[in-house]
Write a protein that binds this ligand. Structure first.
Ligand code: ADP
Length: 540
């Protein structure tokens, strides 16, 4: 058995349910190990380890973007491969499922004594552990909000508490222990974890077999601040050098991502294209030097998607208000019905022949929604409908509202965060527009293809990896790509796309089918993650 227990841990009794599920997972892992699993991606021989993914957000409880989706779905795929898997995430409000577990513990953050209560839920083979302290409350709609030091304190507490969860939280009766453990940290928010693992534990002879992997989901946010912020981190002074980075604009500053990248045993990012871009001066946002130095431990793995949540055959958001579930066999009729329902829901003219174009995403410079606004005079001259859903920068939210009021007969700009509408748009639209200036992986284009919605994207990062440009001579490819984030390039690509939609129906249906037939599930990506986690554990 791969479970172990910290010697301090008092005797606890495993619940029968949890035991039964664990042994089921263990058997699945065994069949993976023996090569008798039905899963074609299962490897011939696998060491089973304990994995703890730590993140600032996790769907369905908390989500601002792709990180939340990854934290909710990847662990389940790793558990299906037989590993014992936990997710540790802040508790931003009271959630229905989790129950209090273990004893409360206290941690120092910036000189303040903070009590942490642990909550636990066991779902789909994964232990979800929530860190509860008032510091996390009331920011569920603004997880990364507040001033710089507020968020820093939240992330210090998260990392300090998360790292000791394997000692003190008896999931199903047994603590994970640290003997067979790899932490999976995500973005700058949890980049302190690899540093704490070294400074507090390895340096003092504790957790000596535990390892850490850090995943870069977005390099644009790094946890930068003045050098004085070091005092909040509660680390020995000789660790300062790990954090210190020179910036030509601001001089020396403190950079949390930089320290995590250096301290982690392995480094990952979410696509091959982004892995390449991160090593360039344009794409590395000042960290390209450190990433290049870490090249030996760095690679890209394209995200998968949660095919239970995002699946037109069983999507719960398509079960009411005139929408319908559909499959590869029923895609034409299914999408027509969803399109009509979407047009009706948003008060647009209900017309089956008009192409519906969708945009879904955070409203910031990265996502390029301003390029859609720039292309609007051309779009307005086309017989199309455009639906945009997003939240973020005030001026861009105003742009959505303005475009809707100026073109009310064909444009809707829905300002807000609505998971239901995102699903319904993905089903009801014909085309998904993603003009992102940079895109580490991008999930919306993957969801779109699963739903027979054809993507038109800027060929960058993960978008370049996942959307193969349509080739009409060979009837191959998955959508349209454009090489520069410029409105005229977007117009060009969208123009070709609309021409195919209107005049080459068979080619269009071929694009839809190729998109839907891909295996975009997490199972393939989880196998690659497993290789990296095992390399972190055993090759150093
Ligand atoms: P990023 O992580 O950079 O925001 P991704 O494409 O990786 O971009 O993931 C974005 C996720 O957030 C997707 O699941 C998308 O549907 C969702 N999303 C973004 N904006 C909204 C919104 N306004 N309402 C609902 N879901 C949204």
């Amino acid at each position: 058995m791969y479970l172990d227990r910290h010697p301090d841990q008092s005797e606890v009794v495993a619940t029968q349910d949890y035991e039964a599920q664990l042994s089921q997972i263990s058997e699945m892992g065994q069949s993976v190990a023996e090569g008798t699993s039905d899963d074609p991606s299962a490897s011939a021989s696998v060491d089973l380890i304990n994995i703890i993914l730590v993140a600032a957000e996790c769907a369905p409880w908390s989500k601002t973007g792709g990180l939340g989706d990854v934290a909710g779905a990847l662990p389940k795929a790793l558990a299906r491969r037989g590993h014992r898997v936990m997710v540790v995430v802040p508790m931003y409000k009271n959630y229905a499922e989790p129950q209090q577990l273990g004893e409360p513990r206290r941690y120092q953050v910036a000189g303040q004594d903070m009590e942490v209560i642990y909550y636990h839920a066991y779902i789909d083979g994964v232990d979800f552990v929530f860190i509860d302290n008032p510091i996390f409350h009331h920011v569920e709609n603004d997880i990364y909000g507040g001033d710089r030091t507020d968020i820093l304190k939240r992330m210090v507490l998260l990392c300090k508490a998360a790292i000791e969860v394997p000692w003190y939280v008896p999931c199903g009766g047994y603590c994970y222990g640290d003997g067979n453990l790899v932490f999976l940290a995500n973005d700058w928010h949890t980049a302190l974890l690899p540093v704490y693992l070294k400074a507090y534990y390895h340096d003092n002879g504790f957790m000596i077999y535990a390892r850490s992997v850090l995943v870069i989901h977005n390099i644009a946010h790094q946890g930068r601040g003045p050098l004085d912020d070091f005092s909040y981190l509660d680390l020995p002074v000789d660790y300062m050098d790990l954090f210190k980075l020179y910036d030509p604009f601001g001089g020396d500053h403190l950079n949390i991502f930089a320290a995590g990248i250096k301290a982690a045993d392995r480094l990952l990012t979410v696509s091959h294209g982004y892995a390449w871009e991160l090593k360039t001066a344009e794409g590395g946002w000042g960290l390209h030097g450190i990433i290049n130095e870490s090249d030996w431990k760095f690679q890209g793995i394209v995200n998968g998607i949660d095919t239970t949540d995002w699946n037109p055959r069983c999507d719960i958001h398509l079960k009411s208000d005139g929408y319908t579930n559909y499959s590869l066999e029923t895609v034409q009729a299914g999408k027509q019905q969803c399109k009509a329902a979407l047009q009706k829901e948003l008060g647009l003219p209900v017309r089956g022949d008009v192409p519906v174009i969708a945009f879904i995403g955070r409203l910031d410079h990265q996502k390029g929604v301003d390029l859609i606004a720039e292309a609007m005079p051309w779009i307005a001259g086309q017989d199309v409908q455009l639906i945009m859903l997003g939240t973020g920068r005030q001026d861009l939210e105003d742009t959505l509202r303005r475009l809707e009021s100026q073109h009310y007969d064909r444009v809707r700009g829905w300002v807000g965060f609505s998971i239901r509408l995102a699903h319904r748009m993905t089903a009801g639209a014909d085309i998904l527009l993603m003009p992102s200036r940079f895109e580490p992986c991008g999930l919306n284009q993957l969801y779109a293809m699963m739903y027979g919605t054809v993507p038109v994207v800027h060929a960058v990062g993960g978008l370049r990896d996942t959307v193969e440009h349509y080739n009409p001579y060979e009837e191959s490819g998955l959508g349209w790509t454009f090489e520069k984030a410029e409105a005229n390039r977007l117009i060009d690509a969208l123009g070709h796309c609309l021409n195919t939609y209107r005049n080459y129906r068979t080619s269009w249906e071929g694009l839809q089918k190729r998109g839907m037939m891909q295996d975009l599930s997490w199972d393939n990506a989880a196998k690659l993650y497993e290789e990296v986690l095992l390399a972190a554990k055993y090759q150093w």
